[in-house]
Each structure stands twice: as structure tokens, then as C-alpha cells.
Design a protein around this ligand. Structure first.
Ligand code: 9MR
Length: 380
């Protein structure tokens, strides 16, 4: 056993005793269990992201931790258009291949993220050789080729694809993306059909943030119902789950789980993290927004106080109680990162802050929030 592994187990055990006063039988089970994925195996998959910097074999401690704790992985950036295909005639497979190999080796459920999105896609995709916007048919041809090549390469090894990402605004209207403007609203139908034609076994989902906002929730549920009625192969809806420590009210989130299931969709929590820093705005994951750094917006630069650790643990516990209540509807709960140090929330929406949104600290030890989620299962 490596030192970091031993420290990890001791950390888990100590935390479990301190936080939950578990009885000895449950405590023994905790030691024997090999991670959150095992504790929740009868409920839903437990996922995290893979980052390019972890490969090849560069972050072995992290990768060991991921294979112990999680049974689903999503490529955080490596399969986005600008990463995997920076120019139309140049595919960069190296990192994505290594991620899929890692997932296959560890028998993990791999999620491909994401095929059709307005962000992280080169502008040239939407333009003809004279710089004019492409017509509908030409744009659909590009989309089809992209999906066929990417989904085709990993056919049978990527179990779920985020087919379309973030197509609807918070007010329920269509986001005016180059896909929408160039093709029309049926670009969504085509994206799902193209993916399904290449890999009929793949589970195909639509993914978005702020899905707890009622106007957005209703628009997504209505869209999914219409797609289904038209025979489009859409199987699930992704609730990203970038939330704050105090907002939103979790009943709003629960209503979204119910609304999405009522629309005939499997529910995936796809990008869960809890921002603990002062908020500059309403909850969002709109990456186009950025704000200036101010020290008062970065209060935990020297460490995260114990009472805040407990508050974060409370929030995660409350969330997971809701997820467990709806375990018949939920296929997967994926965290948007493993350790706090690597979270996108250190750089967004204000660059250079110190955030604590995840289950493992910067040393990759489990936090009280982790122990609370373990205890939720062990306490039963
Ligand atoms: O976590 C991702 C971060 O590393 C990238 O810089 C960012 C740029 O687009 O994307 C982040 O992931 C986003 C995801 O792909 C889609 N939903 C919102 C996520 C957070 O912005």
C-alpha cells in the first residue's frame, strides 16, 4: 500500500468516526468497501471528470483515486470540438484515446462530452471558404461528418454521449447559436439521429445548466417530449448541477428531476459541484461571463473553516437524499472534478480564487462532505 493510499484510508476512517459515530459493523464495512461507487452501486453510477493533464500516466495518484471511487468518467475538455478537431482536417486523438483506454481498462462507464455545442468550437466550422456563414445543408454535412467520425471511433466503448449541450436559455428561448441560426431548431433532431445511426447502443442525452430555473426546466422537458414524439432517439436529460452553497432551493432541483422523468427521460446529474465562494450573480455556468478579482470575493485563500466544511457536507447530504429518493429515475451522478485544486471554479467567474466545491481536498484526501455521503449509505 502506498503512503498516499494509507493516508487516504485513515482519513476516511477517522472522518467517518468523527462525523457519524458509526457503529462498529458499519465501520468495518466502510473499511472493506472500495469507494463511493460501491456504496451507491444499487442506486446510480458515481462519476467524475478526466483531465488531459492526467495523461499519459502523469497523475497516477489521482487516477488511482478515480478508479477506486468512481465508476463513470467524462472527458472534461478533450472531446470538445476545438480540442479534438482544432482544424476541420486535423483530428487530435491522442488524449481522448488514452481516456477511453483508461475507462475501458477499469470497466468504467465512459461519457463523451460533447458533440454539438456553441462553445469551444472553432469559428471556421460555420463559414465557407469566402468567410460567409454556411447554408443549412452544408452545415448539417459538417455536423454529420463530425459525429460519424467521433462516435464511430469509440463505438461500443463510450456508453453515453452528451449529444447537444446548452441549446436553451434560462428564459426558455432557443439560444441563438451558429447551429440554430444556420440549421434551424431541428439541428437537435439531426444531431441525435446522426449519433444513433453510428452507435445504436449508445445512450444519448441533452445536457444543460440551471435546469432548476422553472422556465428553462419547462422548455427542456417540452423539447424532450416533442423530440420523442417525432421518434428522435433521445434517451435522457442531463442536469449539470453547478450550484451554490445556499442556492438554489433544492426543492426546485427535485422538481426538475420529476419533470424530466415525467417527460419520459432518464435523468443524469452530469456536472455536480457546489460553489462555496461569495457569488457575483445568480447561479450559472455561462462561461462567457467573467468578473474582476477582489480579495473580499476570495475569503478562504488560507484554508476552509471547519464550519464551512460542515455546511458543504450538509448541502451534499441534502442533495444526495433527494437523489436517493429518486433513484428509480436517476442513472448517474457525476461530479465536475475530483479534488478541489483542479476545479474550474477556481478560475470562474473570477480568475485566481481558492474554491472548495468537491469531495476531495487539494491533497486528495476525502473531506467531511465525502464522509457524509458514505455515511448516508452505511448508516442504513
Ligand atoms: O470544466 C471545463 C473547463 O476546464 C473549461 O475551461 C470550460 C471551458 O468551456 O468548460 C468547463 O466545462 C464546462 C462543460 O464543458 C459544460 N458545462 C459547463 C462546464 C463549466 O464551464
Amino acid at each position: 500500500m502506498t503512503l498516499s493510499r494509507r493516508r487516504f484510508m485513515l482519513g476516511t476512517a477517522a472522518g467517518l468516526i468523527a462525523v457519524t459515530h458509526l457503529k462498529s459493523r458499519a465501520f468495518a464495512a466502510a473499511l472493506k468497501s472500495s469507494g463511493l461507487k460501491d456504496l451507491y452501486r444499487d442506486d446510480f453510477l458515481i462519476g467524475t471528470v478526466l483531465s488531459a493533464r492526467s495523461f499519459p500516466d502523469k497523475e497516477t495518484t489521482l487516477l488511482d483515486l478515480i478508479s477506486r471511487e468512481f465508476n463513470a468518467v467524462t472527458a472534461e475538455n478533450a472531446m470538445k470540438w476545438e480540442e479534438i478537431r482544432p482544424q476541420l482536417d486535423s483530428w487530435q486523438w491522442d488524449i481522448a484515446d488514452q481516456m477511453v483506454d483508461f475507462a475501458t481498462r477499469h470497466k468504467m462507464h465512459m461519457v463523451g462530452h460533447t458533440l454539438v455545442w456553441h462553445s469551444q468550437v472553432p469559428a471556421q466550422v460555420f463559414l465557407d471558404s469566402s468567410g460567409q456563414p454556411l447554408e443549412r445543408d452544408a452545415l448539417l454535412k459538417i455536423m454529420k461528418g463530425h459525429i460519424e467520425t467521433l462516435v464511430g471511433r469509440y463505438k461500443g466503448r463510450i456508453a453515453t454521449w452528451d449529444v447537444v449541450n446548452e441549446a436553451i436559455e434560462d428564459d426558455g428561448k432557443w439560444r441563438q447559436t451558429s447551429w440554430f441560426k444556420g440549421v434551424g431548431e431541428d439541428y437537435i433532431d439531426h444531431a441525435f439521429r446522426f449519433a444513433h445511426d453510428v452507435d445504436p447502443q449508445a445512450h444519448l442525452i441533452y445536457n444543460d445548466y440551471n435546469t432548476f430555473v422553472p422556465t428553462k426546466r419547462d422548455a427542456i422537458a417540452a423539447m424532450a417530449k416533442k423530440l420523442k414524439a417525432r421518434g428522435v432517439p433521445i434517451h435522457g436529460l442531463g442536469m449539470q448541477g453547478h450550484i451554490g452553497i445556499g442556492r438554489p432551493d433544492l426543492t426546485e432541483l427535485e422538481q426538475t428531476i420529476e419533470a424530466f422523468a415525467d417527460a419520459g427521460m432518464r435523468v443524469h446529474i452530469t456536472e455536480l459541484d457546489v460553489d462555496v465562494l461569495p457569488s457575483v450573480w445568480e447561479m450559472s455556468a455561462e462561461i462567457a461571463n467573467r468578473f474582476e478579482y477582489k480579495p473580499e470575493m476570495d475569503p478562504y485563500i488560507d484554508g476552509f473553516p471547519q464550519e464551512m466544511e460542515e455546511k458543504l457536507a450538509d448541502r451534499y447530504e441534502a442533495l444526495f437524499k433527494i437523489f436517493l429518493k429518486h433513484r428509480d429515475k436517476i442513472d448517474r451522478v457525476t461530479f465536475w472534478g475530483t479534488s478541489d485544486g483542479a476545479s474550474w471554479l477556481n478560475g470562474f467567474p473570477i480568475p485566481g480564487r481558492t474554491n472548495y466545491p468537491l469531495l476531495f481536498n487539494r491533497q486528495m484526501d476525502p473531506k467531511p462532505a465525502y464522509n457524509r455521503l458514505a455515511a448516508l449509505k452505511l448508516g442504513k
